[in-house]
Write a protein that binds this ligand. Structure first.
Ligand code: GAL
Length: 461
């Protein structure tokens, strides 16, 4: 296995508030849109909810000890907006929420683990959905800036790595387009408006941080976007263009404004008035608004130009709003699948890293999530997950190769530290390198945790 990871490479694992914390309505926390979404029958696997999840809120010390045992240098978690600000606004502060995150941050630092904090990992305070229409509401960028400022004020003395928004694409497409994630809206125009407001919210938070906090505390702030790789299904110019278009609608939708100040032309011409327009001031605020390129990457698909022919076999939506992109997606039947039915294609990761580097002029990249779900089970007190180990080995090999080819990859976070509440899939999909028994809430390292520990120790750190 090649090893091009530099000595200061950041090795971590990631989680998010809703998925692990539990204490869903305890100690002053307000409801989030996910708390409400879970109450609607049929939205989440077996109508499960995140009220207890991994009960991390009550098992903080135990979970930090898992990180210590792993030997990671960083831990990515997210603040729960409704735990800190139960109605979403800074006029009602929940002191118990501040205390909880202070304990977490202090414990991480005591143990030499760098906290990486995400401000928004999808748990919008329900009050803001009802009062402001959530992310399609024009006041959201300002309200997010207030919330971000509140977090900076309380935690920026100790947190040096900030992520504003996790996966705006998921919020926009799954939350406002397909309606399969909270808040469950279905529309072919709202995703673009929600995406627009998410970008403006990000830019305002970054401007505030840079103006009022970075000069005093240093630290970096950026956004994390998700993207699969899209491989042209054939070498025809139409399929090559389709793959490119698909990547633009997926990743450049959010990364072009941040690196270049505006949406890609392909989106502008396909969407017309459905794609909002930035003012020159907003463009200036957005351009250069990320200190690093945060990437969540899970899978790869073939892309070809969509046509009117009747398509045989399994056909996938194009991961966006199909008619807008004119792209048909497919899988190679040879590719192995995870429990999410996502194809395992390690070379797609290398190609995506190179695509990002070339398009955005070689930014520092952090893979803030990469991982896989498998139906793990306990056998004789142990959980063996050789497929997950093989997955990480193969993806990290491609990362190492990408570094050799000039990609400035600076860090890698495994999704996830723990099996957890996998959104609409509830507890049915296990992504953790630690097994969680959702009855007893007992944690148990899987063989992938042992493997990651020795991988980091054996000179990869
Ligand atoms: C990401 C998300 C995580 C996790 C992961 C696995 O899109 O940020 O919260 O659920 O996918 O599906």
């Amino acid at each position: 296995m090649t090893n091009n990871f530099p000595p200061n490479f950041v090795w971590g694992t990631a989680t998010s508030s809703t998925q692990i914390e539990g204490a869903g309505l305890l100690d002053g926390k307000g409801p989030s849109i996910w708390d409400a979404f879970c109450q609607i029958p049929g939205k989440v696997f077996e109508n499960q909810n995140a009220l207890v999840a991994c009960d991390h809120y009550h098992r903080l010390e135990e979970d930090v000890q898992l990180l210590v045992d792993l030997g990671v240098s960083a831990y990515r978690f997210s603040f729960s907006w409704p735990r800190l600000l139960p109605n979403g606004r800074i006029d009602h502060i929940n002191e118990q929420g501040i205390k909880f995150y202070n304990r977490l941050i202090d414990l991480l630092i005591e143990n030499n683990i760098m906290p990486w904090a995400t401000l928004y990992h999808w748990d919008l305070p329900l009050a803001l959905q009802l009062e402001e229409d959530g992310w399609v509401g024009a006041k959201m960028p300002e309200l997010f800036e207030d919330y971000a400022g509140f977090c900076f004020q309380h935690f920026a003395d100790r947190i040096k790595n900030w992520i504003t928004i996790n996966e705006a694409w998921v919020v926009a497409i799954l939350g406002y387009g397909q309606g399969v994630f909270a808040p469950g809206r279905i529309s072919n125009s709202e995703p673009y408006l929600a995406g627009h407001n998410l970008l403006l919210a990000h830019a305002r938070a970054v401007a505030l941080y840079r103006e009022s906090y970075a000069p005093k505390y240093g630290g970096k702030i950026g956004i994390t976007n998700n993207c699969d790789w899209r491989e042209p299904a054939t070498d025809s110019p139409a399929d090559i263009a389709a793959a490119q278009r698909s990547l633009e609608f997926f990743l450049a939708w959010f990364a072009d404004p941040v690196y270049k100040g505006d949406y890609p032309d392909s989106m502008r011409s396909a969407l017309g008035e459905r794609l909002p327009v930035f003012t020159p001031e907003e463009q200036a605020l957005l351009k250069g608004s990320s200190d690093f390129f945060g990437l969540n990457h899970y899978t790869t698909m073939y892309a070809s130009e969509a046509s009117d022919e009747i398509i045989q076999g399994p056909v996938y939506g194009n991961g966006g709003i199909s008619e807008d992109q004119n792209v048909k997606l497919s899988l190679d039947p040879e590719w192995p699948l995870t429990d999410m039915q996502w194809a395992i294609v390690p070379w797609g990761c290398r190609k995506l890293l190179k695509w990002i580097s070339e398009r955005y002029d070689y930014p520092d990249i952090y893979i803030t999530e990469n991982g896989c779900a498998f139906p793990d089970e306990i056998e004789d007190q142990e959980v063996h997950d050789p497929q997950r180990v093989a997955f990480f080995k193969a993806y990290l090999d491609e990362c190492s190769e990408a570094i050799a080819e000039g990609v400035k990859l600076r860090g890698y976070f495994i999704w996830s530290l723990l099996d957890n509440f996998e959104w609409a899939s509830g507890y049915s999909k296990r992504f953790g390198i630690h097994y969680v028994d959702f009855e007893s809430l007992q944690r148990r390292p899987k063989s992938s945790a042992q493997w990651y520990k020795s991988y980091i120790q054996s000179g990869h750190r």
